[in-house]
Ligand binder design. Structure first.
Ligand SMILES: C[S@@+](CC[C@H](N)C(=O)[O-])C[C@H]1O[C@@H](n2cnc3c(N)ncnc32)[C@H](O)[C@@H]1O
Length: 248
């Protein structure tokens, strides 16, 4: 089984939690507390590269009017909002996230069904959605195999999965630039946003999870192992990766 080993072994992340149970409780608290400032922080740091990019990726991955979408790790709804725009009034979006605080922010901007749950255990029946999306959360998932087999289960045959994730740049210069940005610029920006002090901690954790993130090839392998076909990965601006696959 492909557990998200990097989350457990990397010494940077061991300072946040000791095991899977503690990881769930620590990250849930972290996201609950950061929820009111998340969109602002995301906008300023651009680590997720904004609404236009999320929408463009969903469109490129084949999201169309009328589709039924499950947005996993929906957070404050940055992917879900773009999905709702694309599927239109005849489509449907369901937003899933373990953090009630993040989902409360989502509900302020979007009137959709929300589920407080984890990617590894989705409270939906088999073959009920056309499209599964997940933005910037793969590195928070403890058991990637379990999550991907859940995605396959809830997708209708022919349905697509679209995962957006930041990865470490391939060249040394890019790695140094990203480290400087995450280690220096982002904490400074987070501090400047004073009233959202907890966002600073979240962003420090965010940077550490990028550094410790699993390699793209292992994510592609896990998708194939789950039973997906047409498994692909594209790279935008050297760090943003979009993983796409289809249920046969
Ligand atoms: C960085 S936010 C991303 C939110 C949103 N998708 C976006 O694009 O901005 C990561 C989200 O993943 C959620 N999360 C953490 N562990 C998860 C898991 N095992 N399954 C599903 N969601 C999880 C967190 O609660 C948080 O809302």
């Amino acid at each position: 089984m492909e557990k998200n080993a990097a989350l457990k072994k990397d010494p940077r992340l061991n300072t946040y939690f000791a095991d899977e149970a503690e990881r769930r409780s620590v990250t849930r608290t972290m996201f609950d507390e950061a929820a009111p400032g998340y969109d602002n922080a995301e906008r300023i740091t651009a680590l997720g590269s904004g609404a236009w990019y999320r929408r463009e990726v969903l469109q490129r991955c084949g999201l169309q009017p009328g589709m039924h979408v499950l947005d996993v790790a929906a957070g404050t709804g940055l992917v879900a909002v773009a999905a709702q725009e694309l599927v239109g009034p005849t489509g449907r979006v369901v937003a899933l996230d373990p953090s009630p605080g993040m989902l409360a922010e989502l509900r302020k901007k979007l009137d959709v069904e929300t589920l407080v749950a984890y990617a590894e255990s989705i409270p939906l029946p088999d073959a009920c959605v056309d499209f599964v999306s997940m933005g910037y959360a793969l590195r928070h998932v403890g058991d990637m195999d379990q999550a991907f087999s859940e995605y396959l289960r809830v997708l209708k045959p022919g349905g697509s999965v679209c995962l957006m994730e930041i990865s470490r740049p391939q060249n040394r210069l890019g790695q140094l630039a990203l480290r400087a940005y995450i280690g220096g610029v982002v904490p400074l920006l987070a501090r400047l946003m004073g009233r959202y002090a907890d966002v600073g901690r979240l962003w420090a954790y965010y940077g550490d999870t990028i550094e410790a993130a699993i390699e793209p090839e292992r994510i592609l392998d896990a998708l194939r192992r789950a039973g997906f076909v047409d498994v692909q990965c594209s790279l935008t601006f050297g760090i943003f990766r979009e993983y796409t696959a289809r249920r046969p």
